[in-house]
Design a binder for this molecule. Sequence first.
Ligand code: NAD
Length: 372
Amino acid sequence: MKLAIVGIGYVGLVSGACFAEFGYKTVCIDKDAKRIKSLKFGKCPFYEPGMDNLLSKHLKKTKLLTFSTSLSDSIKDADIVFITVGTPSKRLDDEADLSYVWSVAEEISQNIKKYCLVVTKSTVPVGTSKEIKKIINKKISQDNFDVVSNPEFLREGSAIDDFIRPDRVVIGTENSKAEKIMKELYRPLYLRETPIVSTSIETAEIIKYASNSFLATKIGFINEVADLCEAVGANVQEVSKAMGIDQRIGSKFLHAGPGYGGSCFPKDVKAFSSTAKKYNVDLTIINAVHEANQNRIKNIANKIIKNTEKKSILSFLGLSFKPNTDDIRESTSIKLASYLYKKGYVINCYDPVSISNVKKEFTRFNYFNSSY
Ligand code: NAD
């Protein structure tokens, strides 16, 4: 089976390298020529543990992995084309910006030469994959392609392991032909008895948003409990440990902190709620989670302001949105630092992997080469 992956960010590159690890010939396509040039030399554009080794193995030894800027050349003989471009929030509202998805769908429609699956791995609102189908169908007859939703659940920082040992794989299809091809694709996971959940396309799209929103809800929940613990002299870490032992609750995503950040939860929670509004459904819990998370930074900043002298020096250890990644999108650490900088504090920073990314965007902080 030959694979093509369009959009080589965190998800696209991890998927490409891991599909090569499964034994598939995989071409990775991105419009960013600089990114593709350095990838051809085996240089990963971001920090992800294990990625350098995997790249070197499949670029040089197995030669299963190739990189290109040209979608037209690369998808000609592909059996499956994955869409893994970004779906950030729109600038002025909570909806997902699907412009990258539409533009790739358009380009795919101009270049399909034989039957293939077009698979959405990007996180997209319900209905998007069917829209992709309509776009492609304007140029390509329905016999020559099928659309599939195959949402991705990997976490940055442990992305390779998550891809190779996922908790489950979700496959949303419209017919048994597409389902059969997708199941064949993930056959290497059968040995591990990975659950493969086959659903409709709409259900698969919802599963992704519901999962991320639920995890965000757990974080929001324990943060509110933390506030109460602080007010009454209880210990939230002990509360969360004891709660987490209960298997109905589970210990993951139950650690109090400065709120969730990153490239997924903030935008996905907002997009989920925004989609629901379009269908006249009010996701009150999800809306409250978003609002509580927005307030969390301000509340923590105000505690710092109340307990320190103005213009004191604050040191931030860790700037990415979580450990083991250099991704600084929606980092709560940086949001907190920026808020306090505006209030007159001096901000000193250190992060072992993300510091160069932060330096480019935030020139007013002081940067150091070690935590000491
Ligand atoms: P990213 O921003 O890191 O990468 C997107 C890539 O797509 C960029 O390299 C960009 O140059 C490329 N691109 C944009 N338009 C293109 C076009 N027309 N042709 C070719 N390439 C194009 O994005 P990401 O973090 O990998 O996320 C991708 C999707 O996966 C999003 O929908 C996200 O919500 C979802 N997702 C992300 C994660 C994660 O941890 N990052 C996890 C699960 C799902």
